[in-house]
Design a protein around this ligand. Structure first.
Ligand SMILES: *Cc1c(COP(=O)(O)O)cnc(C)c1O
Length: 373
């Protein structure tokens, strides 16, 4: 299939064409709320009550959304989830980690830990993309994996590793799961994420639920080794307790994230989020399963409710299909670049209307009918 410019009939198109996996769709209602508040919000001090109140709303709203166990704290700082990987190597992993690798993001975390000079070589358990693997039991003080591998669209169980030393920390990259996929936080010590995916906001911030054991580890480890201030989790904890960040945050990001948390809470919390993403993803996978030219990439039971990866028959050029969709206002359904498959990847975070996922598959069907053969 060559790149052909076809115009998808307007009545088939989704109302909102944003299907990215991060940055992902920001709800228009949240953007309007930001626009309404813009001149008294943007360009005001993050050390004053209006911004501190919103940071407080984010922290208490997240604790409510997740029914956070006693003693768990919501901590935040600048730099996104990638920066938190470095926070982990400076302030959470004491000597050695055990890591489950099942895609690009888990692989990047493993690489960052492996290259940290003061840590021992981590134990790395790896599988090919399309399924998941938990870290193996090892002589380790931290176990790390992702709740949802955004590069492949696979969701892993989140539970303490059987046989791990009782003081080992469970570090979960929840960047694309948080705000959409329910979890029992008691099974984790650091459940960290960034707001540009299911929290329907912009990037640049990291947020983490920390267990009392993780807080204790961070305090001890950062007292023992040299840590730059920007990676010093103890400083982030201290600032977060005062509803602040160490240095200046992006105010629009905070505002939009708070709006999304309020929206989720008002609609029924994580159960609502799971139901909405579940409606989108069950439609997408059923469509692909039934389609002669498409099939879900990830094996059951690991298919993600929020990141759908659909393989296409070799007679369909998925890159050209994505380009055609893009020309029609349906954007960011290209596959994760390094996966290198003939695939589309579709973000189905709670902000995405399941009706728009139905319109997306109808649009794809239309394009295939009008360009194939
Ligand atoms: C998007 C993503 C990241 C990177 O997040 P940044 O905020 O861009 O650093 C890390 N891990 C997972 C699982 C992701 O989906």
């Amino acid at each position: 299939m060559a790149v052909v410019s076809v115009t998808i009939p307007a009545d088939l198109l989704p109302l909102d064409g944003r299907f990215g996996c991060g940055p992902a769709k920001v709800r228009p209602e949240a953007l309007s709320a930001l626009a309404d508040r813009a001149s008294t919000w943007m360009g005001t001090s993050h050390r004053q009550a209006p911004v501190k109140d919103v940071v407080g709303r984010i922290r208490s709203g997240l604790a409510e959304l997740y029914d956070a166990p006693d003693g768990y704290e919501v901590v935040l700082g600048n730099g996104g989830s990638t920066l938190f990987w470095d926070v982990a190597s400076f302030a959470l992993v004491e000597r050695r980690a055990s890591i489950g690798v099942f895609g690009e993001f888990t692989s990047k975390f493993a690489s960052s830990i492996t290259r940290t000079p003061w840590l021992d070589e981590p134990a790395v358990t790896r599988v090919e993309p399309g399924t998941v693997v938990l870290p193996g039991v090892a002589d380790a003080d931290a176990y790390a994996w992702a709740h949802n591998e955004t590069s492949t669209g696979a969701t892993a169980p989140v539970r303490r590793i059987d046989g791990a030393s009782p003081d080992a920390l469970m570090l979960i990259d929840a960047t694309s799961a948080a705000g959409a996929i329910p979890v029992d936080l008691a099974q984790t010590d650091a459940y960290y994420f960034a707001p540009q995916k299911a929290f329907s906001s912009d990037g640049g911030l990291w947020v983490a639920f920390l267990s009392p054991a993780a807080v204790e580890r961070a305090e001890r480890v950062t007292a023992e080794r040299w840590v730059p201030d920007s990676l010093n989790l103890r400083l982030a904890i201290d600032n977060s307790r005062g509803n602040q960040t160490l240095n200046t945050p992006a105010l629009a990001t905070l505002f939009l994230m708070a709006e999304q948390i309020d929206w989720l809470l008002a609609a029924g919390g994580l159960a609502f989020a799971a139901e909405r993403s579940g409606a989108s993803s069950s439609h997408l996978y059923a469509w692909a399963d039934a389609h002669p030219l498409a099939s879900p990439f990830v094996v059951e039971p690991y298919r993600s409710p929020v990141v759908g990866t659909i393989d296409f028959d070799p007679q369909v050029d998925a890159a050209a299909l994505a380009a055609t969709l893009r020309a029609n206002g349906i954007v960011d359904v290209e596959p994760y670049r390094k996966l290198g498959r003939n695939q589309l990847r579709i973000g189905m975070f709670p902000a995405v209307d399941p009706d728009d996922i139905r319109a997306l598959t109808a649009s794809i069907d239309w394009v295939l009918e009008h360009t194939q053969g």
